[in-house]
Ligand binder design. Sequence first.
Ligand code: ADP
Ligand code: ZN
Length: 694
Amino acid sequence: MIDTKHTLQVLKTHFGYDSFRPNQEHIITDILHKKDVLAVMPTGGGKSLCFQLPALMMPGTAVVISPLIALMKDQVDALQANGIAAAYYSSMQSPEEQEKVFSGLREQKLKLLYVAPESLPQLIPLLTNTSINLIAVDEAHCISAWGHDFRPAYTRLENLKTTFPGAPVAAFTATADQTTREDIRRQLNIPEASQHMASFDRKNLYLEVRPGNNRIRHILDFLRVRPEESGIIYCLSRKGTEKLAEKLRQNGYKASAYHAGMPADKRAAVQEDFIHDRSSVVVATIAFGMGIDKSNVRWVIHYNMPKNIEGYYQEIGRSGRDGLPAHTLLFYSFSDVIQLRKFAEDSSTKTFQLAKLERMQQFAEALSCRRVALLNYFGEHLSENCGNCDICKTPPRYFDGTVLAQKVCSAVARLKEQEALGMVADVLRGAQNAAVFEKGYNQIKTYGTVKDISWRDLQQYIIQMVNRGILEVRFHENGRLVLTPLARAVLFEGEKVQLATLVQPVKETAGPRTKKEPENTLFSKLRQLRSEIASEEKVPAYIVFSDASLKDMESRLPVNAEEFEQVSGVGQVKSEKYANRFLKVVAAHREEQLKQLPTQDRTFVLYREGLTVEEIAKKRELKEDTILGHFLTKHREGEDVELTQFISSEETKAVGKAREKLGDPESLRSYFDYFDGEMPYWKIRFGLYLAGAE
Ligand code: ADP
Ligand code: ZN
């Protein structure tokens, strides 16, 4: 039997987490029972922990097959930071480095060994003499020729099951489709593997789509309120990445381009800078991101529309792995659709790709909750709207767009169904450009009849009409718009058309939960310390602590090691290594905060921490009388201070009596004299207050 309490204990001690994410526990339990496992979890769902934890709990070494050195390095760094013996093996390493791995294995010191499938054969003789407790296959979809990351060496893993009969095989992937799953089972020789499908819902990702007009300006606005945050911008073309990165640099951002056409060392440098927070923005083609586990990517922008929802989801999934809010923004333009269609038309799997593109387009044009649409695509059905997408935040309102729709249809007809969306909109808005004049379109009747609607909005209304089946786009004929039978009903039979008003992007575009970060917040100070430690130890900052850990620290304000250990992500090793330094920053920050407070509040904070009057007085270098006066003030303000611990009920009564005898005098001096100086002023005040005299 597996002892849950023990598992949780190991989780806290080694990784610093208090609870499991969905599915983690079941997967781990299966592995501990030596069952083969196939787990499908979204990016950021926490796959690595599912094999790392059982590796620790079983005697022997776990072998992890992973496709990229960067990924292996990252995980090994993270494990070592938690004091766990882990290494990776690669044919690119020096003989000395390799020998270190070998001796680690021989001496049974390693808990986890990462290796690329290509390098595995060289290790097999050594591994068969080692006690192997688990074979984990990460990014297992690389096995499938159907997948997008196919790696031939992955198909040579079928012998693992027979070579290591005692070790369970656990395969992990973020790709959900049925064919890939079957491929993985077959090729890894694990037909009976228990299957774990986690939800693909990543609730912390805010989903937003904006029309692709003025993209650069939108991006600059977006970045302005996120000066320190890491993010990725995906572009379609290599040139596009370079131009945009340059533009961002001109505007003072630390941005780099990244694409497959760059030399390998340059690419590695860009990735390293990003991982180590030396640059904050990477403008990339889709080539970027797979090899990194950076947990504090706070936003992802799609400058161009991705060609399918799988790609889109994987790319936005690279943000917010730490579970904190992250913002994703997709720019949607019709010209992107046309270009992507061209690519698809040229491919051998044309129908398949066009269908996928269409689903992507539907998502971008959705007028109802985007997450519902997205998860629908992955076969999950949300029962409620998500509340964390642009549509949920600003639901569209509908208006009677019949007249507008008639004008659009009429323009399409008068342009003889030969023109694409852009020209139709130009004509309706009365654009004065050369193309319009050359073709004499300024002469037609509908020219300039929709001047009151912006280009952007008009374009969106026309897209809605396409989605409504009123117009059709002939993509393979330069995207010209043609009328459908429904259009004739709109034009001639009084068919009504409801259109949705458009979501206007929030000005200054701060994400719903992203606030600008002033320099002096505790979070930014903790971040500063984290980055100092990271450069001392030559590891990425997120290996030291994730943003989520720092946020938790900020809200818990630990004052001692014990409280520090409560923070999420703080295990035993990190607590020993870092508690002192972080506690110091927290304490200094509190001290500074305290200084800003009114004097009685500063006293009260110390009182809350359990200090006695004497201790507070000493610490604050004030008289005890003054401190007691502060207590009275706080009690008046409604705070919970037990005043009766300082004055007995007899004393209170005596003060009350004195008041009667003296005839409620103004000055406290009269009381003082009445008691012959035996009753201090503060106590007289307490007594009067408690006796109800004020
Ligand atoms: P995946 O490989 O599925 O994309 P990772 O294994 O990289 O995801 O995990 C994403 C992040 O979530 C990491 O920063 C990891 O430390 C964190 N994480 C994993 N499991 C937990 C948990 N139970 N509680 C809190 N954070 C977790
Ligand atoms: Zn929603």
